[in-house]
Design a protein around this ligand. Sequence first.
Ligand code: ZN
Length: 667
Amino acid sequence: MKKFIKALLLPPAMMIASCTGNVQPQEEGFNYIDERFADIQMLRYNVDGFDSLTLKQKTLIYHLQEAALWGRDILFDQNGRYNLEIRRIMEKLYMEYDGDRTSEDFKAFEVYLKRLWFSSGIHHHYGSEKFIPEFSREWFVAQTACPEEIAEVIFNPEVMPKRVNQAQGEDLILTSACNYYQGVTQAEAEAFYARVKAEGDQLRPVMHGMNSTLVKDSDGTIYEERWTTKGKYGKSLSKVVENLKLAKAYAEDEKQQEVIGKLIEYYETGDLHTFDEYTIAWVENTAPMVDFVNGFTESYGDPLGMKASWESIVNFKDTEATKRTEKLSANAQWFEDNSPVAAEFKKENVKGITAKVIKAAILGGDLYPSTAIGINLPNSNWVRAEHGSKSVTIANLTHAYAESSNGNGMLDEFVYSQAEADLIRQYGGVTDDLHTDLHECLGHGSGKLLPGVDSEALKAYGSTIEEARADLFALYYLADPKLVELGLLPNNEAYKANYIGQMQNGLLTQIVRVKLGEEIEEAHMRNRALIAYWAYANGKGKAENGKDVIEMVKREGKTYICINDYAALRNLFGQLLAEIQRIKSTGDFDAARNLVETYGVKIDYNLHKEILDRYAALDIAPYKGFINPVYTATKDEAGNITGVSISYTEGYAEQMLRYSKDYSVEE
Ligand code: ZN
């Protein structure tokens, strides 16, 4: 399972409390933002900390990132059976075209190719609809002598219009362009797997169908063509395995060696029991600094949700962020004891959770270039239940998202004054990360239900109330001197940056994600609106100088928010936290409904229109993805790696063309 960052991104202090966090000393002049095309903004991520790893760890990463890059073509083919052929025709044209490269046709073609690379195919990575070429069919066919069949796939909007069709009532396999089934109907595929599942282990079922194409022969026989080193995708998988074998020699402990060994065995046999053994070893292998995902993993690309797309990420622990979460966890009882919540609702023995924070070193397959910011694996239900799961947040990616939003104009457009903008620029990052840590490590784990209270008592309002509880816990404690004492914040002013950001987001900017005229539905958004509008309403006339604690100010027709009394705002957060905890502890459904419906759902139409107009004027690309860094190994005469360096200068097209050249074998 994946946590994706939402399409629309706000500046650091206004970011949703997505579950991650890290304060990183920034490399001077690191360029987070790269080129933009169509609806996409390309970014870069900084693998800071890599240089501090040992040579053995760097060498392990080097081999694992090679293994990560070798699966790229598999995904292109999984996404559609013509994707690789189209990519090859187009890359050839792109490199060899000697006509006018500034012509409208060529420029439109270049954008199309960049989109194809981004989506690993001819369908949109997010919406899954086929791209409409803005260059002419005549021009393209004249340049490439591309076969009629391929031209139809590219240009005819009726052919393969969607990669994944989820429309009820249609044959989802026949109407989806993804390449997981050949010649079978949805009914045939469902019947096939119903039988396979019925015949298999019911208690600990393997994930049937996840690593094969379901094929119907000319004589009507239906069978699975396995994706193994000797089967389908055999050449690519053999290269993956070759690099995994090199990596295995540099594993950090015996368990990790076993993990890599099991993965190799599974790629060679396709045996799903071996896959389960591999995931169990993987989930239990928590000691090493370096970790990875490599394989057929998520099934979002199959309309039946069985076939898994190939992906890889190689990563290492973020030691600084982990120290931070460990500090919070170690003091969990202090935070519980000192919260404004009534004593009867507090936990006598609270255990903080240490969030695992990692840094991505390479992204591959279905995690590249568009990626997730959090990963929770494995997906097998019984493995999760019996052996647990690894849940991580990817700090350097989230950080890159936040940094890249810095220059997008959001901050200047929506912040009330220069003083506030300065606070956000200075402390937005550190306080956002800490907010997330407090929310995840302490907020969700604090408090208790009274005996006999049903944990589902708040029904549809439960998740909004739960998120509000965790957010309020974070907001209340961000302003506590304890955090400065623990060395987690630089001073007693820094928290203000988060207060401004959170209130501005909750009152104004988060509604850019909602269509005009509609209400807020998503639980995290409802929670943020609830907190902000409740504090706004309950702080009227309560500031030290008799003003409102939070003021909505109009200037030249634009709405801004201004916090007049930070200490009073903290008290309001404390009051609301106590009430929200009471609601949760006692299962007070009516109070939950009343709070959420009053403050968390409705949007003022005129304000909504104003915010949407201001946002549209900023022209921010809705989707983002990452260019990978390049790893270079230096070797001695015997071929042993003596050093691994990292660089960030490769361009997007350059990278894609290199991957196509160096990590591609005709199957
Ligand atoms: Zn949460």
